[in-house]
Each structure stands twice: as C-alpha cells, then as structure tokens.
Design a protein around this ligand. Structure first.
Ligand code: SD4
Length: 333
C-alpha cells in the first residue's frame, strides 16, 4: 500500500486535499489512477454509470450521445435499460421487495438547466425514471410520491405490471425466515444505477433509479430520488451520483457536496473522496460494513469515483471505448 503523500505526489494534484483527522483511516489506492483530461478539448461525449450493470447499459446512452443526442435522453436511456431487466434485483420491478413484500421504486433525473423531477415509493411501474422525467417536464412540482406518483404515471400512459417477480418473492420468503422482520443494511442488499453524462454540446445531465434497500421498512425512501443526495447536476461545474447506504448520503447532501467541491477546484476523484471521508469521520451511525460510493464528472469530461470499501465499480463510455473501472476506496480499521 502506498503512503498518502506518495499517492498524492503520484497523482500530481494541484489541489491540497484536506488531511485525515483520524489515524484510524487509511487511504488505499488501487490500480487505476484518477482520470485527468489529456485531451485539449473537453472529453465529450461521455457517459458514466454505477456498477457493472451500468457498463452494459452505457451502450444505450452512448448510442444517443454519439448520434448527437442530448445528455438527458442519454441518461434516461441507460437508466431504462437496467429498469427493464427483471433479472436485476436492486433496480426496477425485478428488485427485491421491502419487508412486507412490496417492491417500491425511487428515481430522479436532472438536466443542464437545473430542471429536475423525482418519484418515490412508486409501485408496479416499469420505468420510474421516465415518470420522474415527466414530473420534471409536465408538472410545476419536483417530487411525487406513492399513490399520487402512480396515478400521475397512469394518466400519462404508463401501465401497471406485477411485482415482485417469482425470484424476488423467493428471496423475500427466505429473508423472512432468517431475519426476524429486522431491516438490515449490508453490501449485499442494494445497488443503484446512477448515470451522468456530458453531451457533444457540453451539457450535463444525470439520472438515478433503484428499488432501494432490500427488505427495508415499508415506506422507506433512500437518497436515490433526492436531488442533492443521490444525484446532482450543475452545468457550470459537473455532475455526481451516489450509491450505497442512502441514509448516510442524505445526511451530508452527498452529491451536492461533491459538485460544490469540484466548483472549488477539487478533481472529481478528490471531491468523491472528501464526501466519503466526511461520512466516515462524522457519522455516528457509519459502520465499516457499509459500502457508500460517489461517481463524479466535470465539464471537461474528467471523472472519478471513490467508496468506503473495496468493490465499487463503474462503467465509462467515451471516445476511447467502454470500460469497467474499480473505484478507489478507503480502508477503515
Ligand atoms: C438507497 N442508495 O435506497 C440506495 C441503495 C443503493 O446502491 O442501492 N445503493 O439507499
């Protein structure tokens, strides 16, 4: 493991990052260095998504971007790709249910003008991200919840689908036998797709969609549909999305923090790192079992990610091609 000083020197960072307050935290660098834009022009178009399913789904958004489409359409396409895949147990109708057996979905979307829309606690609708986009485009509001969100979806041509799937039902039945009706947070019971993109015109947008924590309390909503927590876009600066234990991300307004740090000159990876460190240092509820990660992109098409633990992967699609990267992470003792 490299020392922190060596690590920073190796990156040639121009920004002085905030020293760790606690000696119990160590920074671990992994094989992939933070990306610094080597292109004279901004590296665009580009699309980034959380987790390995994001790498596959990026193709849908890339097809939009490479044909001159805008970032908003691109992020929606990528998010929809994962929502439509019923084998995914953490996004869309294939998601594992809450502790009472209901699949409840959360999503939000934000464009380059600061327009945004969100749905929370939405049931039986295949594409929450598209409902969130309609909330943004067709209503004077930002957030619709539960029954009201579903009514709005149905009024706009969406149809009801069954949930949970047979597979999710079996997982829930097994969970009930073993877990005494207690919701738990572990790396195994969540994964959100967060997507951020920069289009050929230099505009940023983002989308985030999830079934949330598996076996959560009925009615629980995490960070993913909350603007500034699970997703934030500021077209002057950059965009960020979050994955992992939503309660911790909400407490620090995670993605808003990441974007504001980039505004102050932090590289995307250092902005994500500072947000992760803030959670780890400040939250009395944080435990090392939690995986919490941020993914960020700036106006130049530079990007980076950072997480509390090993294992956070993200997909990148730009003119160089489509790759799956491993985020840097903090090791806690
Ligand atoms: C939530 N952030 O509902 C989401 C969970 C998640 O990967 O899956 N993240 O808290």
């Amino acid at each position: 493991m490299k020392s922190r000083r060596k690590f920073i020197k190796q990156l040639g960072l121009s920004v002085v990052s905030i020293p760790l307050a606690s000696s119990v935290l160590k920074t671990q660098s992994c094989e992939s260095p933070p990306v610094v834009n080597k292109f004279e022009k901004p590296n665009m178009p580009i699309i980034l998504s959380t987790w390995s399913f994001g790498k596959i789904a990026n193709q849908a958004g890339w097809d939009v971007l490479v044909n001159g489409g805008n970032a908003l359409d691109a992020v929606e396409s990528t998010a929809k790709f994962v929502e439509a895949d019923l084998s995914q147990t953490s996004v869309g109708l294939g998601g594992w249910p809450d502790r009472d057996g209901f699949v409840t979905l959360d999503a939000c979307i934000m464009d380059e003008k600061g327009n945004c829309g969100s749905v929370m606690f939405l049931e039986n609708i295949m594409h929450p991200i598209s409902v969130a986009r309609l909330v943004m485009e067709k209503t004077p509001h930002i957030q619709l919840v539960g029954e009201g969100a579903q009514m709005f979806a149905l009024e706009n041509g969406f149809v009801l689908h069954d949930a949970p799937t047979e597979g999710s039902k079996k997982a829930w039945e097994k969970w009930k036998l073993e877990n005494n009706y207690e919701p738990k947070i572990s790396p195994e019971n969540h994964d959100t797709i967060g997507v951020i993109a920069l289009d050929k015109n230099g505009n940023l947008s983002g989308a985030c969609t999830t079934s949330g924590l598996a076996f959560k309390m009925h009615g629980r909503v995490g960070d993913s549909p909350i603007i500034g927590a699970g997703l934030f876009v500021d077209n002057e600066v950059g965009a960020a999305t979050a994955t992992g234990t939503g309660e911790e991300v909400i407490r620090i307004c995670g993605t808003h923090l990441v974007v504001e740090l980039m505004r102050q000159g932090y590289t995307p990876v250092n902005a994500c790192k500072e947000a992760v460190e803030r959670i780890v240092k400040r939250s009395p509820r944080y435990t090392k079992e939690m995986i919490i990660g941020f993914l960020a992109l700036n106006k130049k098409g530079e990007y980076g990610a950072y997480s509390t633990r090993k294992g956070f992967e993200y997909g990148v699609y730009d003119k160089v091609g489509s790759v799956l990267k491993t985020a840097e992470f903090m090791e806690t003792y």
